[in-house]
Design a protein around this ligand. Structure first.
Ligand code: GAR
Length: 207
């Protein structure tokens, strides 16, 4: 059984997709131990609670500096001892000590085809604003392992989404979620839970 902790910051639609996929048997062998948010007003926390899943809030704002937060967050995660951490719209940088403690055991979903529109400053709606500004015709979503860089770890899976001429950042965000994110993230979790992925160096292969 793959025991996971899901980290969230906002709406929690990706969390919802994971919970639904577990309920419907599209993700097997997996249990959500807890949901962690940095924002106590996140809708995602309500979604977790109404699903009977333990939910916790840990915010950098409650700590005097980033290093103290990093230590507290890593300690909390170590206590929970998940097999894997899933970043589902989590907008806080993962502490380096947590990356090391959970090497190749933290996955993130990003709403673009990495290496486009990623890195510092590219999160949420901003990613889609930049994609539309650049005039790309195809965008999508990426699930990757987290390393110390920002959106730089080994890519696990990607799914393209066509940009439409009259797209707004909001309409594009919604389609990327519906057509890519909510499909891709549950599929990757199921692949990991059932031993279908293999990491060799910086590359991820399907067995
Ligand atoms: C999602 O689009 C996710 O890909 C993005 O935030 C949104 C969260 O939505 N993540 C990032 O931009 C990370 N760099 P949700 O809370 O409804 O799942």
């Amino acid at each position: 059984m793959l025991r996971i902790v899901v980290c969230v910051s906002g709406g929690g639609t990706n969390l919802q997709a994971i919970m639904d996929a577990i309920d419907e048997g599209r993700i097997t062998n997996t249990e959500i131990l807890a949901v962690i948010s940095n924002n106590e007003r996140a809708r995602a926390l309500e979604r977790a609670r109404s699903h009977g899943i333990r939910s916790l809030c840990i915010s950098p704002r409650s700590y005097p500096d980033r290093e103290t937060f990093n230590r507290a967050f890593t300690d909390r995660m170590t206590e929970l001892a998940p097999d894997m951490v899933v970043l589902a719209g989590f907008l806080v940088r993962i502490p380096p000590q947590m990356v090391h403690a959970f090497s190749n055991r933290i996955v993130n979903i990003h709403p673009s085809l990495i290496p486009s529109f990623c890195g510092v400053g590219y999160y949420g709606l901003k990613v889609h604003e930049k994609a539309l500004e650049r005039g790309v015709k195809v965008t999508g979503a990426t699930v990757h392992f987290v390393n110390e860089g920002m959106d730089e770890g080994p890519i696990i899976a990607q799914k393209p989404v066509m940009v439409e001429q009259d797209d707004t950042p909001e309409s594009l965000q919604r389609r990327v979620m519906e057509e890519a994110e909510w499909v891709l993230l549950p599929r990757v979790i199921d692949d990991i839970a059932n031993g279908r992925l293999e990491i060799r160096g910086d590359h991820v292969y399907h067995r």
